[in-house]
Write a protein that binds this ligand. Structure first.
Ligand SMILES: [Zn+2]
Length: 134
């Protein structure tokens, strides 16, 4: 029997933001996944923060994440619950930034290291949380 990874209801989750994370969540609210890049030396950085770790510049420009790949994942099983699959999704076009996100609505057999993922969203408060399918 093929099992399918669960999609959790996050609709009541409130996402706290600050000046550094607000552009990320504003973009996800519009269905866009953008990642922060230094406007001076072009180093991508995660999590968003006030200074570039490479050159200490405070200038940030937000770039499309590009194609995501599964870097790592685990399958969590609990009694009487469908399996959940938290993963590290890597973005080679954005400095290999890795986001922690759920792989949802996907056959567990298809979830492998290096697989290309498709962007999807889970509604959360006033925005969307990125989730992925295969
Ligand atoms: Zn920099």
């Amino acid at each position: 029997m093929t099992e399918i990874s669960a999609r959790r209801d996050l609709s009541t989750l409130e996402i706290p933001t600050d000046a550094w994370t607000k552009p990320f969540w504003d973009a996800t609210a519009e269905g866009r996944l953008l990642l922060p890049q230094c406007g001076a030396c072009h180093t991508f950085r995660w999590p968003p923060g006030p200074f570039c770790p490479a050159c200490r510049s405070q200038h940030t420009q937000w770039q499309p994440a590009g194609q995501g790949l599964i870097y790592s994942f685990t399958i969590i099983r609990a009694k009487d619950q469908p399996p959940t699959v938290p993963a590290l999704i890597e973005f080679p076009e954005a400095g290999n930034i890795r986001l922690i996100a759920a792989i949802v609505d996907t056959s567990l057999d298809a979830i492998v290291i290096g697989a290309k993922v498709k962007q999807n969203w889970a509604k959360a408060g006033d925005t969307n949380v990125p989730v992925f399918t295969i």
